[in-house]
Design a protein around this ligand. Structure first.
Ligand code: UD1
Length: 371
């Protein structure tokens, strides 16, 4: 078996690490080729994740970098096509909904290489989100669709995707969390920042709808106001950092702690210790749901409604003024968190490998934590 894995952005390293580990464990004699598109390229957005998650060094670096959607997608396609033609894989595995995903699916499909899409079936029903377009294309052209929630199954059925392509396996992002849980618990990131567990709000913001326009200034001002009631820890995404600098700074308040982007273990340690999380990220809605940490999402919609249904996540809308309501909403939350969704159990990637490699058996239980 020759399998190519295409990854390129921070969240997708987390989603794919356990899949690569499980596939290698099940088929150690296969050729497992890792392609890093370079959509994310800063050390803190890329290398740190390979080191912490124990992903082998990429076999191919496409160094695509940033650009408009067309430029980024086209550059990835141009540079990926010769790799696929040389490697001649039996299968291409790609996660998520970013431009690297879209490019990989198009290149592989046109070369007749079957695609396995991890984290399939998510829909925000908001076509202004570039990720929604990427999701629909990826699912339409994939041979194997791996879902993590019942809503995803329903979305794909509604689009007429044949049942035999759909595989409910659970959440590979949670596999990584489960595998690295001991190191996350030992990291004590809150202590290193001088904040008490359960006592602070952790913030992440990076979506263009929030940070590329006029809402960013008010958002930062609202965070500064919130920090007068409880400390606010805010690791700042490079995109957001650039926009804050272009807007002339802001965010100076004694209890508003801004930092560079963090590695996986330090960041998850902050999530696990947070009293509340305020975000516009997709993956963090899932990680907080698994950990039972109250999450507030600064968006009008979510492609992850299971997090809302369970009560761990609440949509605040694309509305910075809603940040002021976090303390009262937090007080209204039940003290006992719900159980995580079914199959968010640390073994999703093994189920992916069972589907993709039915003629092989597990040589050993994969352990990304041992890296
Ligand atoms: C992508 C995904 C988005 C995902 C996000 C996670 C698409 C359509 N969007 O956005 O779904 O939530 O990543 O971060 O694929 N930058 C750096 N260093 C880096 C990476 C980015 O400085 O390593 C800067 C770029 O110059 C640019 C901005 O950050 O200004 C873009 O960052 P981000 O929004 O993460 O990247 P996208 O690839 O656009």
């Amino acid at each position: 078996m020759r399998i190519v894995y295409v990854i390129g952005t921070r969240p997708n390293f987390v989603k794919t690490a356990p899949v690569i580990a499980a596939m290698r464990a099940r088929c150690p004699d296969g050729r497992h080729v890792i392609v890093h598109t370079g959509q994310h390229y800063d050390r803190a957005m890329s290398e740190v994740f390979f080191e912490e998650l124990g992903v082998p060094a990429p076999d191919h670096m496409l160094e695509v970098g940033s650009g408009t959607h067309a430029v980024q997608t086209a550059r990835t396609m141009e540079r990926l096509e010769p790799v696929i033609m040389t490697e001649e894989p039996d299968l291409l595995v790609v996660p998520g909904d970013v431009n690297s995903t879209l490019a990989a699916v198009l290149v592989a499909s046109k070369l007749g290489v079957p695609v396995a899409h991890v984290e399939s079936g998510l829909r925000s029903f908001d076509m202004t989100m570039p990720e929604e377009i990427n999701r629909i294309v990826a699912d339409r052209f994939s041979e194997y669709l791996f879902m993590h929630s019942e809503e995803a199954v329903g979305n794909l059925r509604a689009e007429g995707i044949p049942e035999e392509r759909m595989h409910m396996v659970g959440n590979t992002m949670i596999d990584t969390l489960v595998a690295l849980r001991d190191r996350i618990d030992a990291a004590d990131s809150p202590g290193k920042l001088g904040v008490a567990p359960g006592d602070y709000t952790l913030v992440t913001l990076h979506r263009p709808a929030l940070v590329d326009g006029p809402l960013l200034g008010e958002t930062v001002a609202r965070l500064a106001a919130l920090s007068e009631q409880m400390p606010v820890v805010f690791p700042v995404h490079p995109r957001t950092r650039k926009m804050m600098e272009a807007a002339g700074g802001g965010g100076e308040a004694p209890n508003l702690l801004l930092s560079e982007p963090l590695g996986y273990i330090d960041f998850l340690s902050l999530v696990a210790g947070a009293g509340a999380v305020l975000t516009d990220s997709g993956g963090i809605q899932e990680e907080t749901t698994f950990l039972g940490i109250p999450c507030f999402t600064l968006r009008d919609n979510t492609e992850r409604p299971v997090t809302i249904d369970l009560g761990t996540n609440e949509l605040l809308g694309l509305d910075p003024a809603a940040i002021a309501t976090v303390p009262e909403r937090l007080a209204a939350r039940p003290s006992t968190p719900p159980q995580p969704p079914p199959l968010w159990d640390g073994h999703a990637a093994e189920r992916v490998a069972e589907v993709l490699l039915p003629d092989y058996v597990d040589a050993a239980r994969p352990a990304i934590a041992s890296a």
